[in-house]
Design a protein around this ligand. Structure first.
Ligand SMILES: Nc1ncnc2c1ncn2[C@@H]1O[C@H](COP(=O)(O)OP(=O)(O)OP(=O)(O)O)[C@@H](O)[C@H]1O
Ligand SMILES: [Mg+2]
Length: 280
C-alpha cells in the first residue's frame, strides 16, 4: 500500500507544484492521475521515487517511509517502484534483450549489467516477459529499430524485470497513435492484474483513463480535487479539474493544454535505476 500524507513540493524558485496532497493506493490498485499541463502530475510520481525531493510530507510504501531513506535504502526501495516513460527511455544502440535486462540493474549492480553478465534466471525471465508484452522473437533487435508502441512494450518489460510492487507511469501513450495507445493501456491493465501490481498512470487522455483504470485522481494546480471511480467523473466534475465551463463539448472549452514536455525522462539519468545512453 502506498500512503501519501501532506505532500508538498516547493521547487527552488519558490513555486509550489504540490500543496498538501493526501492519497492512498491499495495493493493492486490501478489509478489514473489526470489534470491540466503543469498541475503537478509528473512531480507527484517523481516525489514517490524521489527523483524529485519532497519538501514536506510523508510517503510510505508498505512499511517503508520513503522520504527518510538514505542512499542505500533508497536504492533498495526503488527496486519496488518501476517507472515507465512517455519517451520510453531505452538505450537505442542496445538490443531489446539488453534493455529489458537493464531492469535488473538495481539487483545485479552496475558493472555486472554493464558487461552484461546476467544470471541465466534473469535471461529466462526476460524472454518470458518479452513474450508477455508481445515482442516474441524481437530480443536481438536494436531498440531504435522498433516502432514507438514496440519500444513502450520494451519499457514495460524492463519495468517488470524489477519485480516491482508499484508502477509509476508517466504518460505512457502520449507519443502513440490511438489504437496503439489502447493496446498499451490494455497491456498495463492486464499485467497489473496478473502480477497484483499497483500503478499510478499519468495520462492526458480522459476516455482512456476512464476505460482502463479503477480510480481517477484529479490534480489541479498542485491540489487533489477529485478522487473516485471513473463513473463519478461526470461531465460536471471535469471542469473542477480542468477549469472552463463548456468541457463536455469539444476541445476549446478547457484551460488544459496538451503535453509538450520533451524533457520528462531527463531525471532518470541520475537515478541509477537502469542503463541509459548517458551511463554507457
Ligand atoms: N525544476 C522545477 N523548477 C521550478 N518549477 C518546476 C520545476 N519542475 C516543474 N516545475 C513546475 O511545477 C509545475 C508542475 O510540473 P509537472 O511537470 O509536475 O506538471 P504535469 O502535471 O506533469 O504537466 P504535464 O501534463 O505538462 O506533463 C509546473 O508549473 C512546472 O512548471
Ligand atoms: Mg508531466
Amino acid at each position: 500500500m502506498l500512503v501519501i500524507q501532506g505532500l508538498l513540493k516547493r521547487y527552488p524558485d519558490g513555486f509550489e507544484a504540490l500543496k498538501d496532497v493526501d492519497m492512498t493506493l491499495e495493493d493492486g490498485e490501478l489509478a489514473a492521475l489526470i489534470g491540466p499541463s503543469g498541475a503537478g502530475k509528473s512531480t507527484l510520481i517523481r516525489c514517490v521515487n524521489r527523483l524529485v525531493e519532497p519538501t514536506e510530507g510523508t510517503i510510505r510504501l508498505g512499511d517503508v517511509e520513503l522520504t527518510e531513506l538514505n542512499r542505500g535504502g533508497l536504492r533498495r526501495a526503488r527496486r519496488r517502484m518501476a517507472m515507465i516513460f512517455q519517451n520510453y527511455a531505452l538505450v537505442n544502440r542496445l538490443t531489446v534483450m539488453e534493455n529489458v535486462l537493464s531492469g535488473r540493474l538495481g539487483y545485479v549492480g552496475f558493472f555486472a549489467s554493464l558487461f552484461r553478465r546476467f544470471p541465466q534466471d534473469d535471461i529466462d525471465k526476460a524472454f518470458h516477459l518479452l513474450e508477455k508484452v508481445g515482442l516474441d522473437g524481437l530480443h536481438d533487435r536494436r531498440a531504435d529499430a522498433l516502432s514507438g508502441g514496440q519500444q513502450q512494450r520494451v519499457g514495460i518489460a524492463r519495468a517488470l524485470m524489477q519485480d516491482p510492487d508499484l508502477l509509476l507511469v508517466d504518460e505512457p501513450t502520449a507519443s502513440l497513435d490511438p489504437r496503439t495507445a489502447r493496446q498499451i493501456m490494455q497491456l498495463l491493465a492486464d499485467l497489473c492484474e496478473e502480477h497484483g501490481l499497483a500503478a499510478i498512470i499519468n495520462i492526458h487522455d480522459v476516455p482512456l483513463a476512464r476505460e482502463y483504470t479503477d480510480r481517477i485522481l484529479g490534480l489541479k494546480a498542485g491540489e487533489l480535487v477529485f478522487d473516485g471511480p471513473p463513473e463519478e467523473l461526470t461531465d460536471e466534475a471535469l471542469p473542477e479539474i480542468y477549469g472552463g465551463e463548456d468541457w463536455s463539448t469539444e476541445p476549446g472549452g478547457t484551460d488544459g493544454d496538451v503535453d509538450d514536455d520533451e524533457d520528462d525522462d531527463e531525471d532518470i539519468r541520475s537515478s541509477g535505476q537502469f542503463l541509459t545512453e548517458e551511463v554507457l
